[in-house]
Design a binder for this molecule. Structure first.
Ligand code: FAD
Length: 521
């Protein structure tokens, strides 16, 4: 199914959808997939691209959250550890276990964090990834050769998961479509419609053509993350806002700063948070920060104080201090947190999810984490069944292998970006073998072949240069300058496939190159 097929289905006036899901991030995609897997007729619309907002800007951890354990949120940690286990099983091409090492500079830290991590191991139950253990100084240095050795006493090792957020979003999309669901990017919910007091659908605007369609739905689900209040206001202009927005940023460095397959975890930074330095796609991702911002925006920008904080904290734990000149890219995301009263620091607001049903039947699902997207979807659709007064149908997503999932060991011998295609890997590579132009890299400093962009246009609803360079490939996060330079080539490819003209190409290049400035220091 292509985007055009979904647009055609949207314009079918006789159609009554069981669920209309607004928002194509982790929450919307997870919820739409849950509903589709239960046999409901589902339409998902995303006003930009899938995972454009928060869901492509995470720390890329599938984790229980060691920090939440420290905060005593055992229920959230347990839920997330269970979901971590399910995701690693259902999407082995996009997620994998990763070793984390906490360097200890005081002897007391080893038993202190060691005991906490034993509890973490226990909470994972049967889905544990392996036992945590205390490390000698020598073993710590062996695992993290470039850790700061001055004053180092030893370390603690534990296991958690890592994933590719935007690629997982596409795997969810493709699984949803394979099960008969409908979805389209660049379609905005512009208003909600009501019959009497009850919501009966929405006005959808195709942002590529400007065309509007009114669709009917038994239940409308608001999964718009940081933008949740805007949809709630469509429903009831007097409603109290519930979303607090908290920014978190990351710096992307060359891998030499850690030179390790293990990640480094700092359990307590100078502002009392955790900091990660994580190997990802042959780069080192360092972050994150957490501070409240007044309102949601689509393109948050890293602040000077965040850059200084991340560089200075990383410098304390790495043998070589990174500087701003070393940074290949930076990115910022906004967490959708649910307010309970006022005056709480955003770092302390709960990361658990919330489902709200309004008097008119609008179902809002928000909060949570990428790791818990499946459980959030399950919980939301359980509420939807109650709202719609239909018999409960059991969830099928616990055991559902996501698009591309494979047990073929051959797939995992490829570099990370190709292994991420899972069972599609052979097809992507065969394009490159068949056409030398597609075998070329999109840029010498990036690992991606032109065949991957070609594949994304045909199979993954990529519509713009940004879709390809920011999310289908992760070029923008790996090297913002190289991504900017790759824009003309990708724009031309898109134009050839989608039938766009010169003017469109010029605009696309300009738009994307302007955007890349946000990702450079
Ligand atoms: C810095 C940072 C690090 C994080 N790290 C991790 C991590 O390592 N592991 C983890 O598990 N979680 C992590 N998270 C949390 C996780 O990323 C979020 O919980 C999750 O991505 C939220 O997804 P969402 O779908 O609710 O929101 P979003 O991804 O923001 O999706 C909402 C979508 O709704 C769309 N939309 C809005 N209005 C409309 C409209 N009118 N019509 C149509 N579409 C609309 C938007 O365009 C957007 O794409 C992190 C978050 C941040 C900010």
């Amino acid at each position: 199914m292509t985007r055009d097929d979904t647009i055609e289905a949207i314009s079918d006036q006789s159609m009554v959808w069981d669920c209309l899901v607004i928002g194509g991030g982790a929450t919307g995609l997870g919820t739409a997939l849950e509903a589709t897997s239960r046999g409901y007729r589902v339409l998902l619309v995303e006003r930009h691209d899938f995972s454009k907002a928060t869901s492509s800007r995470s720390t890329k951890l599938v984790h229980g959250g060691v920090r939440y354990l420290e905060q005593g949120n055992i229920a959230l940690v347990k839920e997330a550890l269970q979901e971590r286990g399910l995701l690693l099983r259902n999407a082995p091409h996009l997620s994998h276990p990763l070793q984390f090492v906490i360097p200890a500079y005081h002897y007391w830290q080893m038993p202190f964090y060691g005991v906490g991590l034993k509890i973490y191991d226990r909470l994972a139950g049967k889905l544990s990834l392996g036992k945590s253990r205390v490390l000698s100084r020598q073993k710590t240095v062996e695992l993290l050769p470039n850790v700061e050795q001055n004053g180092l006493k030893g370390g603690i090792l534990y296991l958690d998961g890592q994933f590719d957020d935007a690629r997982l979003a596409i795997a969810l999309l493709r699984t949803l479509i394979a099960l008969g669901g409908h979805a389209a990017n660049y379609v905005e919910a512009a208003a909600l419609t009501k019959t009497g007091e009850k919501i009966s659908g929405a006005v959808l605007r195709d942002t590529e053509t400007g065309q509007e369609h009114t669709v009917r739905a038994k239940v409308v689900i608001n999964a718009t993350g940081i933008f949740s209040d805007s949809i709630r206001l469509f429903d009831d202009p007097s409603v109290q806002k519930i979303i607090a927005v908290a920014q978190g940023s990351h710096l992307v460095l060359p891998p030499k700063f850690l030179q390790s397959k293990s990640a480094l975890m700092v359990p307590k930074t100078s502002d009392g948070r955790v900091l990660f330095a994580i190997p990802w796609h042959d780069r080192l991702v360092v972050g994150t920060t957490d501070f409240g911002v007044p309102k949601p925006v689509e393109e948050p920008r890293i602040q000077k104080h965040e850059i200084e904080f991340i560089l200075s904290e990383a410098g304390k734990y790495l043998a070589q201090d990174p500087t701003a000149d070393d940074v290949l890219a930076c990115y910022s995301g906004l967490r959708p947190l649910v307010k309970h009263g006022s005056g709480t620091s955003t770092a302390k607001l709960s990361r658990s999810h919330t489902v709200l049903v309004s008097a008119s039947g609008l179902v809002t699902i928000t909060g949570g984490k990428w790791t818990t997207y499946r459980h959030m979807g399950e919980d939301c659709i359980n509420h939807v069944e109650q709202v719609a007064g239909i018999d409960h149908r059991p969830s099928g997503t616990k055991e559902l292998a996501l698009h591309g999932a494979t047990k073929n060991p051959e797939v995992f011998t490829a570099p990370e970006h190709l292994a991420a295609y899972g069972s599609d890997r052979a097809e992507v590579e065969s394009r490159a073998r068949a056409d030398p132009a597609l075998a070329e890299r999109i840029h010498p400093a990036l690992p991606y072949m032109t065949a991957e962009a070609d594949w994304a246009i045909e199979n993954e609803m990529a519509r713009t240069v940004e879709d390809i360079l920011a999310r289908r490939t992760r070029s923008l996060l790996l090297d913002a300058t190289a991504a900017s330079e790759a824009a003309p080539k990708v724009a031309q490819l898109l134009a050839n496939k989608l039938g766009r003209d010169r003017v469109w190409i010029t605009e696309q290049i300009k738009e994307f190159q302007t955007l890349t400035e946000n990702y450079k220091l």
